[in-house]
Design a protein around this ligand. Structure first.
Ligand code: PEP
Ligand code: MG
Length: 321
C-alpha cells in the first residue's frame, strides 16, 4: 500500500473531474520544512510558532525569531502560512505571560490573538520577525482564535505599524503578505460572511471549532467521547465558512486534524474544500483519495446528506460516499 502511495509523491492532487486540490503540511519545527517537502506537500498551510516560546524562561528575541522563520521560509518552495502566537489554554509556556492567578476556563480565556492584543510588545516582536522573513519566500500571516472583526482589524493595524517601522529602517520585506483569520470559534464561523469582506483567506481550525461548538474540553478525557467531527452543527459551520469564503472570493483552507483524516476526505471535498493542511505523514493517503474522487458527484451527495434530519442516517450516508 505504502509503495503504491509513494508513486503519488511528485504528482499534483487533481481529482478525476479535474479539480486541483492543494495538500499542504502542518509543521512545528525547522526540520519539518524538509519533511513536508519530502511528503509531497505543495506548501505549508500551518506553521505553529509556539514551539519557539516553549520550555524556556526568556522570550525569544526578534533576531532569534527572524533567523528561525527565515530558515523555514527559505526551505519551503510553495506558500507558507505562519500562524502568530497561539499561547494559552492547551499551549502553556513559562515565558510570555505575566504571572497572575490561573484562569478557571483557560480555553475561554486570554489565549492566542487575545493575549497578543493585550500584550502588544509580544506581538510586535513576532510580527517584525515574520515580516522580515517574508523577504525569503511566499509568506502569509494567520491570526488564531479570531472571534470578531474588531480583533482582526486591530491585529492588521499592528502589523501595518510594524511594516512602517521596518520600511523606515530600510529592511527588506515582501511587498504583499496576505493576512488571514483562523475560523475556530463558532462566532467567527457564523459571522464568516462579514469577516470574509476583510480577511484575505480563512483557515478552519477544526480542533478548536469542534471543542467550542460542542462545549467539550479537547484535553479532558472524561468528555472526549462527545468529540464528534460529524456532529451536524459542526458540519453546518464548516459548510457555511467554505461558502462564505467562496462568495467573497477568498481561499478557504482547513488545518485542523479533520483535514488530514482520510475518513473525512470525501466529505470535505463534497463540501467544496480545496485546500487541506495536515500532518506530513497523511499527505499521500489523502492524495490517493483525491485522485480517485469525482468531486462533482461528491458535492451532490454531501449536499443531499446534510439535509438528513436523522443523525444516524446522516452518518450512514457520509460513510457511503
Ligand atoms: C485547530 O484548532 O484546529 C488548529 C489547527 O489549531 P491548534 O490545534 O494548534 O489549536
Ligand atoms: Mg486552534
Amino acid at each position: 500500500h505504502r509503495a503504491g502511495l509513494v508513486k503519488l509523491k511528485g504528482r499534483a492532487a487533481i481529482s478525476r473531474d479535474g479539480v486541483h486540490v492543494r495538500l499542504l503540511a502542518n509543521i512545528e519545527l525547522p526540520e519539518d520544512a524538509r519533511i513536508a517537502e519530502e511528503a509531497g506537500a505543495e506548501g505549508v498551510g500551518l506553521y505553529r510558532t509556539e514551539f519557539l516560546y516553549m520550555n524556556r524562561k526568556e522570550l525569544p528575541s526578534e533576531e532569534e525569531q527572524y533567523e528561525a522563520y527565515a530558515r523555514i521560509v527559505s526551505a519551503v518552495s510553495g506558500t507558507i502560512t505562519i500562524r502568530t502566537l497561539d499561547l494559552g489554554a492547551d499551549k502553556q509556556v513559562d515565558s510570555g505571560r505575566s504571572h497572575g492567578p490561573l484562569p478557571t476556563n483557560p480555553a475561554l480565556g486570554l489565549r492566542a490573538i487575545r493575549l497578543c492584543l493585550k500584550e502588544p510588545e509580544l506581538f510586535r516582536v513576532q510580527v517584525r520577525a515574520l515580516l522580515r522573513a517574508s523577504a525569503h519566500g511566499r509568506v502569509q500571516i494567520m491570526l488564531p482564535m479570531i472571534s470578531n472583526l474588531q480583533e482582526y482589524r486591530q491585529a492588521c493595524a499592528m502589523i501595518e505599524a510594524a511594516r512602517e517601522e521596518l520600511r523606515a529602517e530600510g529592511r527588506p520585506m515582501a511587498e504583499d503578505v496576505p493576512i488571514g483569520a483562523m475560523i475556530e470559534v463558532p462566532a467567527a464561523a457564523i459571522a464568516a460572511p462579514m469577516l470574509a469582506r476583510h480577511a484575505r483567506f480563512f483557515s478552519i481550525g477544526t480542533n478548536d471549532l469542534i471543542q467550542y461548538t460542542l462545549a467539550i474540553d479537547r484535553v479532558d478525557d472524561e468528555v472526549n467521547y462527545l468529540y464528534d467531527p460529524l456532529h451536524p452543527a459542526v458540519l453546518h459551520l464548516i459548510r457555511h465558512t467554505i461558502e462564505s469564503g467562496r462568495r467573497a472570493g477568498i481561499p478557504v483552507a482547513m488545518c485542523g486534524e479533520m483535514a488530514g483524516d482520510p475518513r473525512f476526505t470525501r466529505l470535505l471535498l463534497g463540501l467544496g474544500l480545496t485546500d487541506f493542511s495536515m500532518h506530513p505523514a497523511s499527505v499521500l493517503e489523502v492524495k490517493q483519495i483525491v485522485v480517485e474522487s469525482d468531486i462533482g458527484r461528491l458535492r451532490a451527495a454531501v449536499s443531499a446528506a446534510l439535509d438528513c434530519l436523522d443523525p444516524q442516517e446522516l452518518r450512514d450516508r457520509l460513510a457511503a460516499l
